[in-house]
Ligand binder design. Structure first.
Ligand code: 3H9
Length: 703
């Protein structure tokens, strides 16, 4: 007879001699202190229960477990520690099998590794995403995973933070079996192990340490340092993985624990936790709740088959959503579809997409000429020229041609979404969906809420963004929304440095030295100087050097010359003394005093004005919270994630210091626009930061 009871977050139920311990702490079965204590107690009870021969651990709900409770990080540690609970599982006198029903992440995955066997359900996955929180696995993952799947595969899994699905876990040797219903299968396996009287213990597995493995691991670790060396957990992960090969299990475990303890209180880990919670916050949109209805989206139409339109179509097709790509002529259409096809061919060649997936995605994409083709679409995304007249004409036509209830979106990066919406005659159905190039790669999606956008239209866009793997951040209507408005502030600052005689290469080196992958001018060269030039002609803006270069036909990489030279299609530019000379001359004409700054001073000149602009964006309600702004710059513009984003960075400096430095910049450069925004002054005067501002808005229900 099953005996079932659940008094805490772990259920206890005996079925035919097997105690089933069910992690049951919604929403994600995080391994909080209460859960850890309950699990240890349930295991002890099973071991003491003469009616129990074996134990199975499983999870209630969608997930097996999301791992350690992240809300406990940064607070005093509470017993029992997870490694101790897992040691008790591994040392259990009765065999313990994991029945993995859903995702087993971080400590949740480590829990399964400490079990004596794992049975994966079809929806199971195994992953150690601790690196994304600035950590390494801290409950034996770095020592047990190499013993189960080999050190190289383990290192790559931990470094990427990516999960293995049930099939991959079985192939890798992580799961013993895959089953439609893993619980009975795990119970049967547990009984078999008990009957055999012997079972595998992961920590006792030998680690592959032959010369070939060592060489492959050293190649992988070198590459990891080259790509992620700026994150301090990369070196820690390497040390811990190498310890799995070099040291006895207990010593490796001790090393892992020391590394984990050092990382958890580091500024990088703090910043990455901020980003984790910021991402969850961004999904909570003022005015929307779980009861807000959404509209079904089965077919998307994308207007414009250029680079942006093609990327957007690809993003939807990759998620299995049918797309109609619309152009004005057969020729433009076939060129666009050809470009998409070539993109997939490259991905297949590089091994990032399988041939089957590429075929399946391509099969989702069809083409049409003329705007009438929007008729069957549930969502229409316009990705035409950045020209208000063009956009208004398109929206007037699609407002009539699209079916009732269809959502109409513009991909504009700075135009007034309300004006575009008005042209459609159905503004409630309209919003902005600002993708970032390449749209199938970049994670950010600025969702622009117009003055008339209906709540269900916004809710549909948020849900759809998640479906296609994008991180959606809501912005209000305003020039350049969140990201490009701040970019304009950086562009102005970079130009001023240039005009004062600092060459582009040194300014860009300050930006990459701060942690961006690309400098400001290198990025402009990649995007094309004509984009900003056209925008400035229409809306104003300060970039005299860029404007002059564009007038000279130096449009960046695509013309082989911009701020840098790109001989024979090179993708990395080389310095051109002509540009530095041109900047000096223009600087003199504009009366800008020459000054040579070091990297740290340049960083402040470039980034503090962005924070200032962001404070205005926040005050105007264009962004609901400072943490949304952090996400925009991290995911759309490459701001180094380990600083937590521009607002978290400013909080770290301290807003009083930020205000003082901006005041000094405004005075020295005689630029009133650099004077601190009123919100910045207020927060600084109150001794608060942007995090405090967000907390206050949350408490008021405004964010
Ligand atoms: C670790 O395990 C360390 C160990 O190696 C060593 C220990 C000694 N803790 O994302 P969602 C909350 S490090 C606390 O919207 P989804 C989340 O904040 C950990 N809370 O759902 C949200 O709360 P709210 C390694 C957590 O279905 C709610 O749950 N593990 C945790 O889109 C729903 O979350 C990870 O890094 C947590 N661990 O995605 C996994 N996880 O509703 C982190 C979630 O108040 N988690 N919450 O905003 C995830 O990746 C996703 O949340 C997951 C679900 C895929 C699980």
């Amino acid at each position: 007879m099953p005996r079932d009871d659940k008094t805490g977050p772990v259920g206890y139920d005996v079925r035919d001699g097997v105690a089933v311990l069910t992690l049951d702490a919604p929403p994600v079965n995080a391994l909080s202190a209460a859960l850890r204590a309950a699990l240890r107690a349930a295991l002890a009870r099973a071991n003491a229960d003469p009616a129990v021969r074996a134990v199975v651990v499983t999870g209630a709900g969608k997930l097996f477990s999301a791992g350690a409770d992240i809300t406990e990080f940064g607070k005093p540690a509470r017993d029992p520690a997870l490694p101790e609970v897992l040691a008790a599982i591994e040392a259990s006198a009765k065999p313990v099998v994991a029945a993995v029903t859903g995702a087993a992440l971080g400590g949740g995955c480590e829990l399964t590794l400490a079990c004596h066997a794992r049975v994966a359900g079809r929806r199971a996955s195994f992953g150690l995403p601790e690196v994304r929180l600035g950590l390494i696995p801290g409950a034996g993952g770095t020592q047990r995973l190499p013993r189960l799947i080999g050190p190289v595969a383990a290192f790559e899994t931990m470094l990427s933070g990516r999960s293995l699905d049930a099939g991959a876990a079985k192939t890798a040797g992580l799961a013993e079996a895959v089953a439609d219903d893993p619980l009975p299968r795990a119970c049967a396996l547990a009984r078999d192990l008990a009957a055999a009287g012997t079972w595998p213990v992961t920590s006792a597995h030998p680690v592959a340490a032959d010369a070939g493995t060592r060489a492959a691991l050293s190649r992988a670790t070198e590459e990891a340092m080259r790509r992620h060396g700026a994150l301090s957990n990369t070196a820690a992960l390497i040390r811990a993985t190498e310890a799995a090969l070099a040291l006895p299990f207990a010593e490796g475990l001790a090393l892992e624990r020391a590394e984990f303890a050092a990382l958890i209180s580091s500024p990088q880990a703090r910043a990455l936790r901020h980003v984790f919670f910021a991402e969850r916050q961004a999904a909570k949109v003022p005015g929307l709740d779980a009861a807000t209805p959404t509209r079904p989206v089965a077919r998307v139409a994308v207007i414009g088959a250029g680079t942006m339109g093609g990327g957007i179509a690809t993003a939807f097709a990759n998620a299995g959503i049918a797309v109609t790509l619309i152009e004005t002529s057969d020729e433009l259409l076939s060129r666009g579809i050809e470009r998409i096809r070539a993109g997939y061919a490259t991905s297949v060649r590089r091994g990032s997409v399988s041939e089957n997936s590429a075929e399946a995605a391509l099969a989702q994409i069809s083409g049409a000429v003329g705007l009438q083709a929007v008729a069957g679409a549930d969502l229409v995304i316009e990705a035409a020229f950045e020209d208000m007249a063009v956009k208004r004409a398109i929206f007037a036509e699609i407002g009539r041609a699209a079916g009732p209830g269809a959502i109409l979106a513009t991909n504009t990066s700075y135009l007034d979404v309300d004006e575009i919406a008005a042209a459609s005659g159905r503004a409630g159905d309209v919003l902005g969906l600002h993708f970032f190039s390449p749209a199938n790669v970049m994670r950010l999606l600025e969702v622009v809420r117009g003055g008339a956008t209906r709540p269900e239209v916004l809710a549909t866009a948020m849900a759809l963004a998640k479906r296609i793997g994008k991180l959606a951040v809501v912005s209000g209507v305003g020039f350049g929304f969140i990201g490009n408005r701040m970019l304009a502030a950086r562009t102005r600052a970079a130009e001023r440095l240039l005009l004062a005689g600092n060459p582009p290469g040194r300014i860009d080196a300050a930006v990459t030295g701060f942690g961006f992958r690309m400098g400001s001018f290198a990025m402009t060269d990649l995007a094309g100087l004509d984009i900003g030039w056209r925008a400035r002609k229409a809306f104003g803006g300060f970039a005299p050097v860029a404007d002059r270069l564009a007038e000279m036909g130096r449009l960046g990489q695509k013309t082989g010359r911009g701020f840098y030279l790109y001989p024979e299609g090179a993708r990395t530019g080389t310095a051109d003394p002509e540009v530095a000379d041109l900047a000096m001359t223009l600087g003199r004409e504009l009366g800008i005093a020459p000054e040579t700054l070091d990297a740290a001073a340049m960083t402040e000149r470039l980034f503090l004005p962005m924070v200032n602009e962001a404070a205005r964006i926040l005050d105007e309600g264009i962004a609901a919270r400072a943490s949304d702004i952090d996400l925009v710059w991290i995911n759309g513009y490459g701001w180094p994630v380990w600083t937590g984003g521009p607002m978290a960075w400013a909080d770290d400096i301290g807003l009083r210091t930020v205000v003082a430095k901006l005041d000094a910049q405004a005075r020295q450069l005689n630029l009133p626009e650099l004077a601190p925004a009123p919100l910045l002054r207020r927060l600084a005067a109150e001794g608060r930061g942007f995090a405090g501002f967000d907390a206050e808005r949350r408490a008021e229900g405004r964010a």
